[in-house]
Design a protein around this ligand. Sequence first.
Ligand code: ADP
Ligand code: MG
Length: 441
Amino acid sequence: MAQILIEAKDLEVTYNVGKSNEFKALKGVDVEVCSGEYIILFGTSGSGKSTLMNCILGSLPNSGGYFAVKGEEVYKYTVEEMVYYQQVMVGIMFQTFNLIPSLTVLDNVALPQIFASQPIEKRQAKAQDLLDRFGVGHTSHKVPTNLSGGQQQRVSVARSLVNDPEILLCDEPVGNLDSRSATDVMNTIEEVNQRDGKTIILVTHDAKHLPYAHRVYYLQDGEIIREVPNPEKEQIKEVEEPGGGLVSEIEHLTRLFPYVSLEEVRVKSLINFLTQDINFDQVQALEKVVYRYICGTLSDKELRRVLRLRLENGGVGVEESHAREMARELSKLMQRSQEVSRFRKLVKSHSAYYRHKYIKRLRRHLEKRFELKLSDAQKRGMNQALTDRLMGILRKEDFKSRLRRSTNREGAGLKPNTTRAICDYLEKLIAQGVAFEKHKH
Ligand code: ADP
Ligand code: MG
């Protein structure tokens, strides 16, 4: 069984207690971290990440709840015990590198060992080893300001590890770096977790970093609103089924889409509800199939077959008539969107004759699809509206009102419900058509 290293229960931190500007930055937070885990605290600015981090570091006492490391309550430590905790148990690195500018790189890294009662040569040798390991050994005699940001942060990693702490705390460690150095430092931190077995707690507001962690705590307004295990990493802490065995679909979806927001997960759940005749696994399978279809690796005929094929055989498992209807809809939509794409090319070559042909065909398709009975004047109005929309002269909203406008004012005289449906459908064609153009380039 995994060993709990850090435990917070109902943890509260209040700033400026008793003053007019009293502010509760953590409002009852539960956190459990096991030895060897890589944990990310994720949330927008002001959500309380640094507050939680400083509390774990032992530099910001909690004003309520329970906080312990290895079963010992950190804020009940004596002064000596606290010094030991902060020097030897935890290492820390920040967004700003916090290196001392008047010391050489080597001395910066050697410094935290001051309490280790080692002779200076040993301390320096250890510092040099770490600098070498993180690829900045050649900078040891320089002062930090002569190093690049990425190099300085790798020096910080070395410094935070020099006392061999069990826990490494990183508060936005790559927030000040360009993306290449950032990836570099993130990989270094991951190695410290994987190879050295250090427990990592890292603060970030960048979703791109989430895949590094075993688990992510999402913070918002001083509360943990979600806890998500990374499905791509073997979990160290046992994952409990939330709600005493009652796993809601939201939790199921959360595991499948760990990096999207809760709102998106809820949307997926609702979409699932709206397409009730196929279940969630089928929706997923369908997404994959449609992807192959739009990439052109699946023909219309194969599409029909795969839609019908059972889930366990790599299909989507919808029933025959439904499969046929879906395939037909998709195929029509793709054909029309290819025409949209072709039409847009013709705009560039000024070939009005073919342009008109496409527009007529598109209009007839819409007439049929939406069961319209149009007068000649309405047809003319609609042709013009379609042309202008596809040429980019009309915006979506203007297209809608043009369709609604009466025919003697160059509109198509359609009812609001119809215009809305046509407009939404046309936007789908345009979206697919434009994407199609990009795809082919
Ligand atoms: P994060 O690191 O997620 O951006 P912080 O933990 O720094 O958030 O801050 C959480 C909230 O607490 C913010 O609203 C911030 O303004 C407030 N806060 C942080 N430090 C102090 C402080 N020393 N005194 C008063 N309020 C603070
Ligand atoms: Mg912060």
